[in-house]
Design a protein around this ligand. Structure first.
Ligand SMILES: [Zn+2]
Length: 285
């Protein structure tokens, strides 16, 4: 199915969410206005205005590169208190679906009665639509991880980002019949424009509490150590069923680490859930 075919019918978008700029963003806008006024009023002080401008942009760059920051918009990095009290941990799986790995991950999750949120790449979902429907059929949620997983995602403008995000929503909704509720940027890098674009699409931005770097490290002990650091209910864990790193034996590291992780969570009496379960939102309406 090509993207053109996939747009043959249109599923209604989610209602927009209320939006207001994060305090850091409004401060930056005011600073830019002050710099402009300063340049006109006292042009001889141009070095000062340049310094303020550069300082502000240094913080903006840091915000782009720090996936768990809350400066440039709402960012879910933990589950709500109510979910933590219920002993819930959310498992999120990025970059799939993968025809070799995802079915094995689904079987592992079933064996542990665990549910997860799969942040799928739109183009990969188009290539394996039956696999995406199988994710949903087994009680997991399918979320939006952009259409193409473009490495320049965080450096694009308003129209490009909006089109990328909305096309991915449509592709995933046409496969599953449900609009994804959560979005995660490729590599977690996002710019200040993303927050209002997400609000227009009715999407919530979700990062993570801990990630295992399992797309770059093939050592399951190191992946597990990172995921379990000071962990507890309320955590959002990130692993990859798409593009996973391989162990020395050539096994996708998620297939070695995930059963150990799920066993330990079960022993501790915690529950592995998807994001819509923890946030008590339905994907069906
Ligand atoms: Zn990714």
């Amino acid at each position: 199915m090509s993207f053109k075919d996939a747009t043959a019918f249109h599923i209604a978008a989610l209602p927009p969410l209320a939006w207001r700029p994060a305090p850091f963003v409004s401060t930056s806008i005011v600073l830019h206005a002050l710099i402009l006024i300063g340049l006109f009023a006292e042009p001889q002080q141009w070095r000062v205005w340049l310094l303020v401008f550069a300082g502000n942009h240094l913080f903006i760059c840091a915000a782009v590169m720090l996936p768990r920051n809350h400066w440039i918009g709402a960012n879910i990095t933990r589950l709500p208190e109510a979910a933590a009290r219920r002993g819930e941990i959310a498992l999120t799986l990025d970059d799939g679906p993968d025809p070799a790995v995802t079915p094995q991950v689904l079987d592992l999750l079933d064996r542990h009665a665990a549910k997860a949120s799969f942040f799928c790449i739109g183009e990969r979902a188009q290539a394996y639509p039956d696999l995406v429907r199988e994710i949903l059929r087994r009680g997991h949620s399918v979320e939006n991880h952009s259409l193409r997983h473009d490495k320049t995602f965080a450096f694009r403008g308003w129209q490009w980002t909006r089109t990328e995000l909305e096309n991915s929503q449509q592709v995933l909704a046409q496969i599953t019949g449900q609009m994804p509720r959560f979005f995660r940027a490729p590599a977690g890098f996002r710019n200040p424009l993303l927050d209002p674009i997400l609000a227009l699409a009715g999407l919530r931005y979700a990062a993570w509490t801990r990630r295992g770097f399992d797309s770059v490290r093939g050592d399951s002990a190191s992946v597990l150590r990172r995921l379990r650091r000071n962990w507890g209910p309320g955590f959002i864990l990130l692993m990859h069923d798409g593009h996973p790193a391989k162990t020395a034996a050539g096994v996708p590291v998620i297939l070695e680490a995930l059963p150990i992780l799920l066993d330990e969570i079960q022993q501790r009496g915690w529950r592995v859930v998807s994001l819509p379960m923890a946030f008590e939102v339905s994907g069906a309406d």
